[in-house]
Design a protein around this ligand. Structure first.
Ligand code: HEC
Length: 156
């Protein structure tokens, strides 16, 4: 219990690797939630990436909304979406989350911190114009890639 409380106290992914028993269905539910969460992350980040590329016209108010959403998502405690037994070795074909995320925990939290910092910087600056968006988009993209390169399989 002490250990669990310590994990919960840490940060966004904190409860994630807590050694709780989870039924097969609960692991499936957690995977659904986790993947849904990242789809919402992608939706909001994708709008900002689109504005950076010029595919979507920059609009300060819209950009602010997407960045605020992203920051809220980054700050969210998603710990319960990462139970033991929800990696791609336990659930092949259902998830791309690599077992190394659990094996090396809490290393993955550094990647989450990078995502949180990049989202916060984006939210603080993006309303200031396209240049402000461009000045922060690299760090945001790098924060996604930094985690995916280590903790997400390329294929299911
Ligand atoms: C702390 C690590 C981490 C960060 C930061 C992160 N991701 Fe991911 N992402 C993952 C993992 C792990 C998966 C695999 C989840 C699964 O299959 O269960 C994933 C999956 C995804 C998926 C696929 C979801 C699906 O339907 O299977 C998308 C899209 C995605 N991430 C986008 C992003 C974007 C965009 C960012 C940055 C703005 C980002 N992620 C930041 C770890 C991260």
């Amino acid at each position: 219990m002490m250990r669990l409380q310590k994990f919960v106290a840490v940060t966004a992914l904190a409860a994630c690797f807590a050694p709780t028993f989870v039924s097969a269905d609960a692991a499936d539910d957690a995977i659904d939630a986790r993947r849904g969460y990242y789809q919402v992350v992608k939706h909001n980040a994708g709008m900002l990436f689109g504005m950076a590329k010029g595919d979507i016209a920059y609009d300060a108010a819209q950009a602010q909304t997407f960045a605020d959403n992203l920051k809220a998502l980054a700050d969210m405690n998603t710990g319960s979406m990462w139970p033991q037994g929800s990696d791609n070795a336990s659930k092949p074909g259902k998830t791309r989350a690599l077992p190394v995320a659990w094996e090396t925990y809490p290393a993955i939290l550094e990647k989450q911190e990078a995502f949180k910092a990049a989202s916060a910087n984006m939210a603080a600056n993006v309303g200031g114009g396209l240049d402000a968006l461009l000045g922060n988009i690299g760090a945001l993209g790098a924060s996604c890639k930094g985690c995916h390169d280590n903790y997400r399989a390329k294929e299911f």
